[in-house]
Design a protein around this ligand. Structure first.
Ligand SMILES: Cc1cc2nc3c(=O)[nH]c(=O)nc-3n(C[C@H](O)[C@H](O)[C@H](O)COP(=O)(O)O)c2cc1C
Length: 359
């Protein structure tokens, strides 16, 4: 057990990854109750709904959990002509595919980070984790004043150093294998696609805070491998997507075990930001005009399409985010999955110890 896990009162070095849009209070509480760290992905959630979700988690568990936000500006400049062209193409695509939904102009492109941050401070979870940027010194002080442990996300050694310099208590390194959006903020995502087996030991050497490993970890053997490379804990996302407690659409859950690794790719066309998921029909048909729009503008414009595709069971038009090892997923209740992961980790450790003398 790492000192990081002990500090948080965890029974095992396992973090269930925050997954905005897919993690539910039920999933978070189930993982925390099973001895890991459940994380609520609240990047898309408005401030009041964050407080409601946290209250629901607390009604289900008294154990530590994490709340995760995307570090973004409060407002976004956007070219109205580019938006109009993208809307036209997306609407035409939905009409051709037989989906009744159409795009609309939202009141704001994404929830305001400053409102979300205020809700986070009020909610006071044991842990706050962040992606897409680094919080400023005043925000770091605010969190530490409330005894909230801060975890930053890094996709390169430079980003890990930036979080350590900002005063983070731990950094989660996101290998290129990882499902969902790339957390990169000092580099273009394409320049920051470092495999976890390279990134993890490099980051462990570079910073003196605990390093959490993320990307392609689907079972207890991989957790142990990450620990051997210096990880204080493993953060698993895709592994939890098929749990009944996850909010992933039924079509998405159905497609995960069938994913072939060469079909799992980085995609900008759903959200305007590079994210790893299944290369499906939408990726082949991606509207040309939409491709130049930035995050979170494109994310907001494709939301009606993604919602309609989920309702219609059209996995081929859905953003089916997942990591490279997605087909190793085991659909089962989260508490059972945590117990299974820990059994596998124990077994792997035992078999390594037993085989040490033979070579
Ligand atoms: C569906 C999905 C949504 C995600 N959303 C978030 C998020 O909201 N915040 C975040 O920090 N990371 C997010 N991630 C990335 C995870 O934190 C983690 O890096 C990734 O799941 C690890 O790779 P794996 O999926 O192969 O386990 C998401 C990942 C997935 C699969």
């Amino acid at each position: 057990m790492s000192s990081f896990a002990r500090r948080l009162g965890l029974e095992c070095p396992l973090v269930q990854a925050p997954m905005a849009g897919a993690t539910t209070p039920e999933l978070v509480a189930a993982v925390s109750n099973a001895g890991g760290l459940g994380s609520l992905g609240a990047g898309y959630t408005e401030a009041q709904a964050i407080l409601d979700d946290v209250a629901r988690v607390r009604s289900l568990t008294g154990r530590p959990f994490a709340l995760n936000l995307f570090v973004l500006p409060d407002a976004f400049a956007v070219d109205p002509l580019a938006v109009a062209r993208a809307r036209e193409e997306l609407d035409a695509l939905m009409a051709r595919e037989g989906l009744e939904a159409r795009t609309s102009l939202p009141a704001q492109w994404a929830p305001r980070f400053s409102d979300q941050f205020a809700a986070l401070c009020e909610a006071r979870p044991a842990v706050a984790s962040f992606a897409f940027g680094v919080i400023d010194p005043a925000q770091m002080r605010e969190l530490h004043r409330r005894d909230i442990v801060v975890i930053g996300t890094a996709t390169t050694v430079r980003e890990a150093r930036a979080w350590a310099a900002a005063g983070a208590d731990a950094v989660c390194v996101q290998g290129a294998e990882a499902g969902g959006h790339r957390g990169s903020f000092l580099h273009e995502a394409e320049d920051a696609m470092i495999g976890l087996f390279a990134l993890l030991p490099l980051a462990v050497r570079a910073v003196d805070i605990p390093v959490i490993a993320a990307g392609g970890i689907m079972d207890g053997r991989a957790m142990l491998a990450a620990e051997v490379l210096g990880a204080a804990a493993s953060q698993l996302g895709t592994a939890f997507l098929a749990c009944p407690e996850s909010a992933a659409a039924a079509a998405w859950k159905r497609d995960l075990p069938l994913a072939q690794e060469h079909q799992v790719t980085t995609i900008r066309g759903f959200s305007g930001r590079a994210a790893r998921g299944l290369r499906n029909r939408f990726v082949e048909l991606m509207p040309h005009a939409a491709q130049g729009l930035p995050y979170p503008v494109l994310n907001a414009l494709t939301a009606p399409l993604r919602r309609a595709a989920a309702v219609a069971g059209r996995g081929d038009l859905l953003s089916e985010w997942c990591g490279q090892a997605a087909s190793l997923v085991r659909p089962q209740p989260a508490a059972e999955l945590v117990a299974r992961l820990l059994d596998e980790r124990r077994l792997a450790r035992r078999s390594l110890t037993a085989s040490r003398d033979t070579c």
